[in-house]
Write a protein that binds this ligand. Structure first.
Ligand SMILES: CC(C)C[C@H](CS(C)(=N)=N)C(=O)N[C@H]1Cc2cn(c3ccccc23)CCCCCCNC1=O
Ligand SMILES: [Ca+2]
Ligand SMILES: [Zn+2]
Ligand SMILES: [Zn+2]
Length: 170
């Protein structure tokens, strides 16, 4: 979802998130850690912080689902679309869903690297669209690159700061 220029963004200082469902491929505590790591990738570049809640509704609801799962974007089984996320807003806005039919990995085994995909999805949850730079986290297709020292590209940092860092008038 590459939203237009006047993309919505989170206006609160703190954005809450909740992980509602998990995958059998990775231990829960590892999913929690990788989600926190994906949030930190972005939050270290902008004046926005994220807080995990374990009950009630959160701004960003995160979960794994397969096939049709209650929004207009049913998943497609193994391969194809790996996940999707909605741009900032109420309700479904900001939510990130991961296709349970993928084989998810924490980076050690073979499979779809959860940290890489989560960082991409949270980019959407923060209001970013896609990038044409294959080195960008926001490139439309999944590529692992070197998952070892996986980090945001300079373009990703520029894009997120353009959205969230107020350039004060001279
Ligand atoms: C960038 C991701 C983390 C998130 C995006 C989805 S989104 C909404 N968050 N931008 C994604 O899943 N892209 C597909 C795009 C895609 C590639 N192919 C496809 C075949 C069918 C359907 C989709 C695809 C060719 C075959 C490879 C299939 C496995 C990899 N899939 C992808 O890269
Ligand atoms: Ca899929
Ligand atoms: Zn969904
Ligand atoms: Zn995307």
């Amino acid at each position: 979802y590459s939203p237009s220029r006047n993309t919505p963004k989170w206006t609160s200082q703190v954005v809450t998130y909740r992980i509602g469902s998990y995958t059998r491929d990775i231990p829960r505590v590892t999913v929690n850690q990788l989600v926190a790591k994906a949030f930190n990738m972005w939050s270290k570049e902008i004046p926005l912080s994220f807080r995990r809640v374990t009950m009630g509704t959160a701004d960003i609801m995160i979960g794994f689902a397969r096939g049709a799962h209650g929004d207009f974007y049913p998943f497609d089984g193994p391969g194809g679309t790996l996940a999707h996320a909605f741009q900032p807003g109420p309700g479904l806005g900001g939510d990130a869903h991961f296709d349970q039919d993928e084989h998810w990995t924490d980076g050690k085994g073979i499979g779809v690297n959860f940290l890489v995909v989560a960082t991409h999805e949270l980019g959407h949850s923060l209001g970013l669209g896609h990038s044409s730079d294959p080195n960008s986290v926001m490139y439309p297709t999944y590529g692992v690159g070197d998952a070892e020292n996986f980090e945001l590209s300079p373009g990703d940092i520029r894009e997120i700061q353009e959205l969230y860092v107020q350039i004060l008038p001279e």
